[in-house]
Design a protein around this ligand. Structure first.
Ligand code: GTP
Length: 306
């Protein structure tokens, strides 16, 4: 869950004419995965299920018109970001305005001009891809590529609630590079950045179980959300991370605890109840980290509260 592959484009065609669907499917077949529906209601259901990037929507349909379908799609959280392109037999400024006002981004007139239709759908798929890239970037820390603190805040809320509902134990690890100020002062900020990135990548590679998330929590501090993980398991994870970072053997002649870069880790775990809070879990891990530093660094300490 620490990186995501780029997804295939998804296109939905909603049109009551089977001939029209066949024609559009043939034109668009190379652009991504295609679903189709012959009524507005079926189209809305498919859109909610598959979250298409682009929806081609026939304006003139019995029961529910394209305008009505569009309104529902725009009011539904799972479908509101799709690019809707109207397909209409009516040309003229009035129907164009009505289509755009209903929330469509573009429209294609019947009889369909094949290259024009394909180009219009391509344009919207590109817009969607760029929007997705922006959303992905907004979750990431620029230097290390890890998730950022804002994303951590969102995910810990979700995981805390999920574990509360399930009555399961949730683990958390706070990870801090030892004597990093001395590293920066001794080797320079650029070397410091490189060191940070190497440590971040190593932690991310070591934290790959489903739903585990590693984020950059602050300057040289990282946080790992460890779903369904007891305090004992979290301690083992922390000890393993300490070894992995030690084994990188990044020289650190300015450290008082080793000749290479090391980390300290504080871990905590709890089964969220009505009375427990996220802050409590973070504070417990933070206090454990403080004790790991005080005890000589390059080690994991498990919280005795939390
Ligand atoms: N190169 C680099 N340094 C950073 C970045 N963010 C924070 N730092 C540095 O990280 C250092 C953190 O220093 P301290 O909080 O004193 O901690 P420390 O020196 O690691 O000491 P202990 O945690 O007690 O072992 C500071 O010198 C920050 O400037 C960054 O993005 N790049």
């Amino acid at each position: 869950m620490n990186s995501a592959p780029e997804e295939q484009s998804r296109i939905l065609i909603i049109d009551d004419s089977a001939t029209s669907i066949r024609l559009l499917s043939a034109i668009l077949k190379d652009l991504g995965r295609i679903w189709f529906a012959t009524s507005g209601e079926a189209g809305i259901a498919l859109a909610r299920e598959h979250r298409p990037h682009v929806i081609l929507l026939d304006v003139e349909m019995p029961l529910m018109s394209g305008y009505e379908v569009c309104r529902v799609l725009k009011e539904t959280s799972e479908t509101r970001d799709a690019s809707i392109i109207f397909i209409t037999g009516q040309s003229g400024m009035e129907s164009e305005i009505r289509a755009l006002e209903a929330g469509a981004v573009d429209f294609i007139t019947k009889p369909v001009n094949q290259p024009v239709a394909k180009a219009r759908v391509c344009t919207q798929l590109n817009v969607q891809r760029q929007a997705e890239a922006l959303v992905r970037l907004a979750k990431r820390d620029g230097l290390t590529g890890l998730f950022n603190r804002r994303y951590f805040n969102e995910m810990i809320e979700l995981e805390f609630s999920r574990h509360q509902r399930q009555g399961h134990v949730l683990g958390l690890a706070l990870i801090d590079i030892d004597h990093f100020k001395a590293f920066n002062d001794g080797y320079g900020h650029l070397e410091g950045d490189t060191c940070l990135s190497m440590v971040a990548q190593t932690i991310a590679l070591a934290t790959q179980r489903p739903s585990e998330i590693v984020a950059r929590y602050g300057g040289e501090e990282f946080v790992a959300i460890l779903p369904h993980t007891t305090l004992e398991e979290a301690s083992k994870y922390g000890a393993w991370l300490c070894e992995k970072i030690y084994d990188l053997k990044i020289p650190h002649q300015f450290s008082s605890c080793a000749s290479v870069v090391t980390i300290s880790v504080g871990v905590a775990a709890l089964v969220p109840s009505e009375n427990s809070t996220i802050r409590q879990l973070i504070n417990a891990a933070d206090h454990a980290l403080y004790r790991a530093k005080a005890a000589g660094r390059n080690r994991v300490i498990a919280s005795d509260s939390g």
